[in-house]
Design a protein around this ligand. Structure first.
Ligand code: PEP
Length: 246
C-alpha cells in the first residue's frame, strides 16, 4: 500500500515572516494525515524544523549539487540539506531544467548524490505544451524517466512527480484522462525497468496548478499518489485543504 504524499514546493518564496504559515498548517492537520512535505528555500529549512516541532511534516530541498562539497559558489549539497534537517529533495524541476540548463544526465547525477546522503529524491518529469500538442507527451516523459533516474531506485529513495510544464503556475491542468494516461504509463515504465514490486511501491505525484478546488478529483485518478504543489502550498489554509483531500 503506497502512503499518500502531499509535497509543497515554496520555490523562491518566503522569509521569516512566512514561518507563521507553518504554525497555522500544523494546527489544521487532519487526525490521520498523509505524508506531508514542505520544500522551502534552503535558508528556511532549519528554522522551519523548529516551528514544526513534533508535527508530522517532513522538510526537503528544491535542488542539490551532485558533489558533496567544494568550489561551487551558490550551490548546496545533499549533505548540507540533510544536515539542515531535510529528508527529501526535489530534482529536475522544469524551472531548474529551463533556468539552469539541467539535462537528464545532470538530474541523474544529482539523484545519485541525494541517495548517497540518504535523501529521498522527487524526480520531476513533464512535457512542454508544444510537445503535448505534437502528441509527444508519453515519449518525452518516458525518456526523462529512463535518463534521469539511476539504476538503483527503490520504494524508499524515489518519488516521481509528473508536472506538465504548461500546467505549472498557469491555472490550467490536463484532463483527468490525460493525467491517468501519463501516470499509468509511468507505472508501467518503472515496472519494466525495476520490476513490478519496486514500481508498485514508488509514489507518483501529479503537479501543476493543484488547488483546493481540483485536488479531490485529481487524487481519485488511478496511480496518483499525491501532489507536488507550488503556489497553493504557500498558504496554510490552501495546503491544508489539499492535504485533507488526500
Ligand atoms: C510546481 O512548481 O512544482 C508546481 C506544481 O507549481 P503550481 O502548483 O504553482 O502550478
Amino acid at each position: 500500500m503506497r502512503r499518500k504524499l502531499a509535497a509543497g514546493n515554496w520555490k523562491m518564496n518566503g522569509g521569516s515572516a512566512e514561518l507563521t504559515e507553518i504554525r497555522h498548517l500544523t494546527g489544521v492537520l487532519p487526525d490521520s494525515p498523509p505524508d506531508i512535505l514542505i520544500c522551502p528555500p534552503a535558508t528556511l529549512i532549519d528554522r522551519m524544523r523548529s516551528q514544526i516541532g513534533d508535527a508530522p511534516v517532513a522538510l526537503g530541498g528544491q535542488d542539490c549539487h551532485n558533489k558533496k562539497s567544494g568550489a561551487h559558489t551558490g550551490d548546496i549539497s545533499a549533505a548540507m540539506l540533510r544536515d539542515a534537517g531535510a529528508s527529501y529533495v526535489i530534482l529536475g524541476h522544469s524551472e531548474r531544467r529551463a533556468d539552469h540548463g539541467e539535462t537528464d544526465a545532470i538530474v541523474k547525477a544529482k539523484t545519485e548524490a541525494a541517495w548517497a546522503e540518504g535523501l529521498t529524491a522527487i524526480v520531476c518529469v513533464g512535457e512542454t505544451e508544444t510537445q503535448r500538442d505534437a502528441g509527444q507527451a508519453l515519449e518525452v516523459v518516458g525518456a526523462q524517466l529512463a535518463d534521469s533516474i539511476p539504476a538503483d531506485a527503490t520504494v524508499e529513495n524515489l518519488v516521481v512527480a509528473y508536472e506538465p510544464v504548461w500546467a505549472i503556475g498557469t491555472g490550467r491542468t490536463p484532463s483527468l484522462e490525460e493525467i491517468a494516461q501519463v501516470h499509468d504509463f509511468m507505472r508501467g515504465a518503472l515496472a519494466a525497468r525495476f520490476g513490478a514490486d519496486a514500481a508498485g511501491g514508488v509514489r507518483l505525484l501529479y503537479g501543476g496548478s493543484v488547488k483546493p478546488g481540483n485536488a479531490t478529483e485529481i487524487f481519485a485518478v488511478s496511480n496518483v499518489d499525491g501532489a507536488l504543489v507550488g503556489g497553493a502550498s504557500l498558504k496554510a489554509s490552501d495546503f491544508g485543504a489539499i492535504i485533507a483531500a488526500l
